[in-house]
Design a binder for this molecule. Sequence first.
Ligand SMILES: Nc1ncnc2c1ncn2[C@@H]1O[C@H](COP(=O)(O)OP(=O)(O)OP(=O)(O)O)[C@@H](O)[C@H]1O
Ligand SMILES: [Mg+2]
Length: 339
Amino acid sequence: MTAHSAPMPAEIVVPLAARRTVLEVENLSLSFRNADGLLPIVTDVSFSIREGEAVALVGESGCGKSITASAIMGIAPENAVIGGRIVLNGQEISALGPKDRRKLCGRHMGFIFQEPMTALHPTLSIGRQMTDTLKHNLGLSQSAATQRAAELLDRVGIPRARDILRGYVHELSGGMRQRVMIALAISCGPSLIIADEPTTALDVTIQAQVLDLLEDMRREMDLAMLFITHDLEVVGDFCDRAVVMYAGDVVERGQSADITRHPSHPYARGLIDAVPAHDDGRTRLTPILGTVPPVGQWPEGCRFAPRCGRADEKCRTRPRLETLSQTDVRCWHPLEAGA
Ligand SMILES: Nc1ncnc2c1ncn2[C@@H]1O[C@H](COP(=O)(O)OP(=O)(O)OP(=O)(O)O)[C@@H](O)[C@H]1O
Ligand SMILES: [Mg+2]
């Protein structure tokens, strides 16, 4: 730079804490109505996501992650009884009727599922699925929708976009299918993306590419992202905050760096210890003993107590989610930071 040239303006980065809240989930509960009454599946789940922020929902199989996502998306099964509040961009969507809810969610939320073959229509061309979505939600003409669909495929790294639009989902590889899902998810300019295990079905190299693409989209479009995963490494690398669920409950909630480095809940610690560690050329992992109790068989009190080395009499009563120094924790005997 010469002595007279003007300095480049510094890029203005708004800190996450100062950004607009896109999604607020407050005391969400979901039960299924069956012949015996109500069967609780998810109880008292609260978290929020700001613009440009990725929040992980993490926990073992059967903890209620996908059901929580389905309640937010408004696609929970018909026999579900849902409590609490879900607020999207300041509007309480949980109070809307099904038609208004679908319209708002179609426009402002994008979804990415683990298995694109079940989410994408097998006998409609990819172009038809994309243009239908664009015409329905944005009111585009056929030619404008086709043009936009091709641009979107191009943007998510799909070569020969016009040819692919004429093709069908079964003609694509797993990674390409997931790219089509991402293109569809961002097609209407959403503020929130919900991704339910989007990379679990892919091999490791493709997983990394799809995660990179999601990260680019998030930054480029300032998207709020709810990222459901089993993978603690992905939580640490990709997500700003994390919500750890166990048996339908939030057991720890906070910055993902704090949770992955210094978890306070014994269950979160167990999840981290169960990630294979590679040292001395050997792979070590310490699984959490036992399994998640099935719905309908949760213990009274702390639901993790039967699997927890720290449990005692006190754990027979239900702990509340309390704010500790770094994270919010539902435990009578949380671990010291750094334990
Ligand atoms: N339609 C349904 N009817 C009854 N129970 C259901 C239904 N859908 C899910 N469940 C139960 O709700 C619980 C939570 O399921 P959910 O699919 O949310 O788990 P998850 O955390 O997403 O697990 P995974 O990691 O395996 O995807 C499970 O015990 C499941 O059996
Ligand atoms: Mg699931």
